[in-house]
Design a protein around this ligand. Structure first.
Ligand code: GLC
Length: 747
């Protein structure tokens, strides 16, 4: 029986008016109101309910081009058996598919279109790990605001982002998609991304629904191997992996995505403790949870479900509301309800959650709100968007080394040799999860250098070798290019396809024969700048010892070349800091700054302490580390009191001075340590940071509020507590070179 849209609404109104006289306010906000949704649920069949809990992907056509709907999918939409699609792009295409749901199905319930808008839609920004290197939440919010503006103009209602997984193992390829190893920095970035994506809130023209993923502890995979088992204590779960998710929930994220992995024997997709007790019970989350791609079906591979129906039951009872790219819910739910194994009330609750979000996104009011081709044309790759991408890219660059101030280079050098396959690859500039980005949109490093130097400067480009190949045939041309140059810019690292999903590496050294190329070019003896393009920390001890200047640039997006040109030739001083530690070797993993003291703290020269025989125990480069073209000095560290005030907030102040000759950014960082507590505490915990811009010679007083909550940890009973005693404060430009001060918490 087909009902017109008006007749469905009339039917709903009849049910509503029968149920209770609705006020003008409710009637005007009818489509978003609980009553409207309840009235809609009341007339839905169990098949239609299961359909609202089912999401399918359009058939993928390759990077940046989105997918196509199959005839079967079109028919299922008309039958109300699909509630959401992913990977369908474009104002025109989403309009035509939306019409199938809104005009050709029985209940006319609009579809929700989702897509992985992770670090840009078509104007691709730096990868999230690079954006975390800015330590600038405003920059990250700008990036996600631009992404949302372009995605919403292209028919996208919902992004599967921010990815907020903490990662301490760079073998894991998805470290590229998050904000690194620290829960505090990760939480600040998670909230900034949710704000940026959701913008002015429900139903406004450029707001897209955020989705905090992958819930939870996905980055804790054993061996850094994607999808692998996670076995951690509840304390580690709560203190390391959950904070960014809680921050995303408190920032108002409307959806969460369950992760592929298990935690201690229970897959997240069927983990009631995670999805209901913590997410909804403790955090009062009111949105809905989508599975990851096929992760409901995969409960069978995990071995906790024997059939599709059992997988559906386990997922929906735990709190996974929508089945992404799976038919477990579509086929299993009607069967389970008929067999009396699944109460209809549970199904209705999940359906209400989904319909509420569709209503809040304004889809009932105007299902075609995001299908405006004119708006799409104006938004995509707008000059202002590219300018924002360049600004965020510049801030993402981390200077790891700059001996004898090789950098910045002069713009009028006679000859510069640019060497490395990555220097001339648009696709690789975009990094993994590049949304609808296209390689041809990107300004490569080579193009950016050409644009930055004077017309008299002669540029010579040689590939040298492939990123992963074993051929050294290109070495001699590269070495000859270096011989004839005044300076060498050597671009090494990983291709964009070597990080992201299912891209774990068993070793984090430079791939292929790049190390050999590095040594051959370095032997020529010219001033050499190593530019790293990579999606994870790399073990580069030889480069760290021998190469004069090293820039960590990650993957910087469409404005890679211009941003790097700005930094290489001194228009801008690099000011980024590492959001993740760089191990000296793969064997040092996991290594992170906020480690425990142990009973035998590491001392490389003392035998009976926690260390290696063949490596120092410190990382090659620490979390929070990064240099500048200028230098900074910290002084006057003061606490508002030597005992923590009853007012619950201590104010920490410090003076930061630019003691060099270049204008530059410094990221002042505040760490605490609780040396004696009922539970062992990390040697440092980041509890505040601020990126400041200082002219040469300029000084600024930076203040950090330190709340009592910042001192809390999970006690023996797994309840958050604050214990009296001595606390230590560290403030500086990284966690190691700091000023310190102590205070006492008395009760
Ligand atoms: C993938 C990823 C997830 C992504 C989803 C949709 O498998 O794990 O991050 O959002 O599927 O593409």
């Amino acid at each position: 029986m087909r009902l017109s849209y008006v007749s469905v609404l009339t039917l709903a109104l009849c049910v509503l008016s029968f149920a209770s006289p609705s006020t003008a306010g409710e009637r005007s906000g009818l489509k978003g109101s609980e009553k409207f949704i309840d009235s809609l649920v009341a007339v839905m069949t169990v098949e239609e309910k299961a359909g609202q809990l089912t999401q399918y992907s359009a058939q993928w056509q390759g990077l940046g081009s989105g997918g196509r709907l199959s005839p079967e999918q079109a028919e299922q939409i008309r039958q109300g058996k699909i509630g959401s699609l992913l990977n369908l792009l474009g104002a025109e295409q989403t309009r035509s598919v939306q019409r199938m749901a809104v005009e050709e199905s029985r209940l006319k319930i609009p579809l929700m279109f989702g897509y992985d808008v992770v670090h840009g839609y078509r104007t691709v920004f730096p990868i999230p790990l690079a954006e975390a290197s800015t330590w600038d939440p405003a920059a990250v919010e700008l990036s996600t605001r631009v992404a949302a503006t372009e995605a919403a103009a292209s028919g996208i209602h919902w992004t599967f982002a921010p990815m907020v997984d903490i990662a301490r193992d760079p073998r894991w390829g998805r470290i590229a998609e998050g904000s690194g190893e620290d829960p505090y920095l990760g939480s600040v970035m998670a909230a900034a991304r949710v704000r940026g994506f959701q913008g002015d809130g429900p139903g406004t023209p450029t707001s897209i629904i955020a989705c905090a993923k992958h819930f939870a502890a996905y980055g804790g995979a054993e061996g850094g191997r994607d999808y692998n088992t996670v076995d951690i204590s509840e304390r580690t779960l709560r203190e390391t992996y959950l904070p960014p998710f809680e921050a995303a929930a408190r920032a108002g994220a409307w959806t969460f995505m369950a992760s592929f992995n298990e935690i201690g024997g229970v897959p997240s997709t069927a983990n009631r403790f995670l999805l209901t007790e913590i997410l909804r019970g403790e955090w009062k989350f009111e949105g809905f949870v989508v599975s990851d791609w096929g992760s409901v079906t995969e409960l069978r591979q995990h071995g906790i479900a024997g059939t599709q129906a059992e997988a559906a039951l386990a997922g929906i009872l735990a709190g996974t509301d929508m089945d992404m790219e799976g038919s477990c819910y579509r086929d299993g739910i009607p069967q389970l309800v008929k067999e009396g194994k699944l109460p209809m009330s549970v199904v209705d609750e999940a359906v209400r959650r989904v319909l509420k979000i569709k209503a809040r996104a304004g889809l009932f009011e105007d299902p075609y709100r995001y299908c405006d081709t004119a708006r799409e044309k104006a938004a995509i790759l707008a000059p202002a968007h590219r300018a924002s991408a360049r600004e965020v890219a510049r801030k993402s660059i981390v200077l790891l080394k700059n001996d004898r101030s090789i950098l910045p280079l002069l713009k009028n050098l006679g000859c510069i040799a640019v060497i490395g396959a990555l220097a001339d690859s648009g696709n690789d500039c975009l990094g993994p999860w590049a949304g609808a980005g296209r390689g041809e949109d990107a300004v490569t490093l080579l193009a950016g250098i050409k644009a930055a130097v004077s017309p008299e400067t002669h540029l010579v480009y040689e590939q040298g070798c492939d990123v992963t190949g074993i051929s050294t045939a290109g070495f001699s041309a590269a070495v000859n290019a270096a011989r004839g140059a005044d300076a060498v810019i050597l671009v090494l690292g990983e291709s964009a396809s070597m990080s992201g999903e299912a891209k774990s590496r068993s070793s984090i050294e430079l791939p292929g024969v790049q190390q050999q190329l590095l040594e051959a070019v370095h032997a020529v003896g010219k001033p050499t700048v190593l530019v790293l393009m990579n999606g994870r920390p790399l073990a580069i001890p030889w480069a760290a010892e021998h190469v004069g200047a090293i820039l960590e640039t990650w993957f910087l997006g469409v404005e890679t070349g211009h941003a790097l040109g700005d930094v290489l030739f001194g228009d801008v001083s690099p000011g980024g800091k590492l959001p993740v530690s760089f191990p000296r070797a793969t064997g040092q993993i996991p290594i992170h700054y906020n480690h425990k003291q142990t009973g035998r703290p590491s001392q490389d020269t003392v035998l009976w302490t926690s260390k290696y025989l063949d490596l120092p125990t410190t990382p090659l480069y620490s979390f929070g580390y990064g240099l500048s073209y200028t230098t900074f000095a910290y002084s006057n560290l003061t606490l508002s009191s030597s005992t923590f005030p009853a007012s619950d907030t201590m104010v920490v102040t410090v003076t930061v001075r630019n003691t060099g000759s270049h204008r530059g950014d410094e990221i002042a960082q505040l760490y605490i340590q609780d040396p004696v507590a009922s539970i062992t505490r990390p040697v440092r915990e980041l509890r505040g940071f601020k990126r400041v811009t200082l002219a040469a010679g300029e000084a600024q007083t930076v203040t950090f509020p330190l709340t009592r909550g910042a001192l809390a940890f999970y006690g023996l009973d797994m309840k958050k507590i604050v214990e009296p005693g001595l606390f230590r404060v560290y403030v500086g430009g990284n966690p190691v070179q700091t000023l310190t001060a102590d205070f006492t918490l008395q009760h």
